[in-house]
Design a protein around this ligand. Structure first.
Ligand code: BTN
Length: 330
């Protein structure tokens, strides 16, 4: 697990917000309540992690560049105080899947709002049992734990809310114009850039917990994708033509997820659904939905109150779709 003492996060914060670009050792020492020698020792540690910090006897310390790494305390520091999602952040250098880690935390009784990031996953999983490629430091691979007071039937609302928040966050952080493909793929120019895997542990009438796993292809280059995926997938870096600072994007995503999760909990799903429908390119399209051996085709009409997709089948029935593999009918 990557650990960064919160004093390091405070030093980084002071360096980032220094109005003249530099901050003196004595100013930081006063602000943080530790000696100048202790500040110097921490600066040395930050340099070892890849932070390029200039030290000049007259001007003080100046942050020249920061490595694109995720640190729990740095992420926490960036989040709005009082935000529920992200109140407990853990970052792993490598794990099998953040879903495995968060599931264990959930079973151990950890409070909702916990988020687990991994710089790399060796066994990343997608929907429908697919593999999810998670190369080191190229994307955001994370899972969050929710314990909503909702019926299991309403869990789809969380999937819809997560997709809405993720789409909006990517737009806010990059200026790109992502779309949603039902139920929760995020596309840019018709190619997938992010996906969400919602896993539920429930009793008959009560959700015990929900695990929301999110994968965002942030700084992958074209060569990082296997050739069979290049026509279907993209990354934010490819679309923007420049890399994205993952910690900044992660902060915006967690903030927007917190916002939409709160909206669902107070009965505001209708507003979330309106936003989802506005950006969902699946609506109005003719689709084939495959579920194992079974498939149904029809026209995607709208979103039901519980988040299910309402499909007008070729026989004229309105069918509720809550899962499956969705493809556009050619
Ligand atoms: C999909 O579109 O199929 C969903 C992809 C979800 C991938 C994320 S990456 C973090 C979390 N851990 C996993 O193993 N999967 C999810």
């Amino acid at each position: 697990m990557t650990s960064l003492m919160s004093v390091d996060a405070q030093i980084l914060q002071a360096l980032r917000s220094a109005s003249s670009g530099a901050v003196s050792g004595s100013e930081m020492s006063q602000k943080l309540g530790i000696s100048r020698a202790a500040i110097w020792a921490r600066i040395e540690e930050l340099r070892k992690l890849g932070y390029d910090i200039e030290a000049s006897p007259h001007r003080g310390y100046r942050l020249l560049s920061a490595p694109d790494v995720l640190h729990a305390d740095d992420l926490s520091w960036r989040l709005e105080k009082g935000q529920m999602i992200g109140r407990d952040i853990r970052v792993f250098e490598e794990t099998t899947s953040t879903s495995d880690v968060i599931d264990k935390l959930a079973r151990d009784g950890v409070k909702e709002g916990a988020v687990v990031f991994a710089e790399a996953q060796t066994n990343g999983r997608g929907r429908l049992g697919r593999k999810w490629m998670s190369p080191a430091r190229k994307g955001l691979w994370f899972s969050l734990l929710l314990r909503p007071n909702l019926s299991p039937q309403s869990a789809t609302q969380l999937t819809v809310a997560s997709a809405t928040a993720l789409r909006r966050a990517i737009e806010m952080a990059t200026g790109l114009k992502p779309e949603i493909k039902w139920p929760n793929d995020i596309l840019i120019s018709g190619k997938k850039v992010a996906g969400i895997l919602t896993e539920l542990s429930a009793e008959l009438d009560r959700i015990k917990y929900v695990l929301v796993g999110i994968g965002v292809d942030v700084n992958l280059d074209p060569g990082d994708f296997p050739s069979e995926l290049t026509a279907l997938t993209t990354s934010l870096k490819i679309e923007l033509g420049k890399p994205v600072v993952r910690a900044e994007l992660a902060t915006v995503i967690l903030r927007e997820l917190d916002r939409d999760y709160s909206r669902v909990l107070v009965g505001g799903f209708a507003a979330v659904a309106d936003e989802w429908e506005k950006y969902c390119t699946t609506l109005g399209q003719r689709l084939i939905i495959r579920h194992g051996d079974r498939h149904v085709s029809g026209c995607a009409e709208s979103l039901a109150e519980d988040g299910a997709l309402l499909l007008r089948t070729d026989h004229g029935h309105l069918e509720r779709i809550v899962g499956g593999d969705v493809t556009l009918e050619k």
